[in-house]
Ligand binder design. Structure first.
Ligand SMILES: Nc1ncnc2c1ncn2[C@@H]1O[C@H](COP(=O)(O)OP(=O)(O)OP(=O)(O)O)[C@@H](O)[C@H]1O
Ligand SMILES: [Mg+2]
Length: 234
């Protein structure tokens, strides 16, 4: 479904990602762990063509993405949920979710918006509230739901737990895992929370200064805990 081979990414003269290679099956759920500045966001943006200059091969649905624009990638079935949320302040929750379906993959059956809202208890009372009148945590929840509303083949989710209260993190983990399963959405999740990542994914990549230093199942992760933790410790 998604394959990266020999991917290098740059901001101007800074070489950020080095020889990244991995692949994801249809419906696969993979976490990218790494400390601050490791290159998690750069990796998601490279897949989306949304910032860094990228060299190397990225294939999606057996097609080389080469210079496809971010909106072309969205229509092919990739949805990027950035860490700064970018909820539309003048639109309600319902409208924010609805608008996500316009630029999405046309071949996928639409997720009914009210069903989707119903899955996120926190969003139910916010259905008709403009984004500008929501707290940071509420906007965060809405941004994730908006990624799901597009029903992508793969959702690229960037640190959704940042700044959320623990009880909300638990609710979000439950909803993300359930929605991915029920709507057939693959997940590539950049996170620092091991707990959250474990709830939502089946495989882990660890990156350190732009290189993949570990790749495996959560069981492999636990069996190599000491070695892996060195790359995550601050
Ligand atoms: N727009 C940019 N221009 C130049 N350098 C950048 C830019 N964005 C990120 N970098 C650099 O790229 C490296 C990787 O950053 P990136 O944001 O991908 O890390 P991250 O793993 O997402 O970190 P965090 O957990 O803090 O979000 C860092 O050294 C960062 O300073
Ligand atoms: Mg980041």
């Amino acid at each position: 479904m998604l394959e990266l081979e020999g991917v290098n990414a740059f901001y101007d003269q800074s070489h950020i990602l080095h020889d990244i290679g991995f692949s994801m099956e249809e419906g696969g759920r993979v976490a990218i762990l790494g400390r601050n500045g490791a290159g998690k966001t750069t990796l998601l943006k490279s897949i989306m063509n949304a910032g860094p200059r990228v060299q190397g091969g990225i294939r999606f649905k057996s097609r080389a993405l080469a210079n496809a624009s971010p909106d072309e990638r969205a229509r092919l079935g990739l949805a990027f949920v950035p860490e700064d949320r970018r909820v539309f302040g003048h639109l309600t929750s319902y409208e924010n979710l609805k608008i996500a379906q316009y630029g999405a993959s046309p071949e996928r059956e639409k997720v009914p918006i009210d069903d989707l809202i119903g899955r996120f208890p926190m969003l139910v009372p916010l259905r008709n509230r403009p984004g500008s009148q929501m707290s940071g945590g509420q906007q965060q929840m809405l941004a994730v739901a908006r990624g799901i509303a597009a029903r992508p083949h793969i959702m690229l989710l960037d640190e959704p737990t940042e700044g959320l209260a623990p009880v909300i993190v638990a609710e979000l983990a439950h909803e993300v895992a359930a929605c991915c399963r029920d709507y057939g959405i693959g997940l590539l999740l950049a996170e620092q929370s091991i707990w959250f990542s474990r709830q939502c994914t089946e495989r882990v990549l660890v990156i350190d200064t732009g290189r993949i230093v570990f790749s495996g199942s959560w069981q492999d992760f636990d069996e190599n805990a000491e070695r892996v933790q060195r790359h995550l410790a601050i």
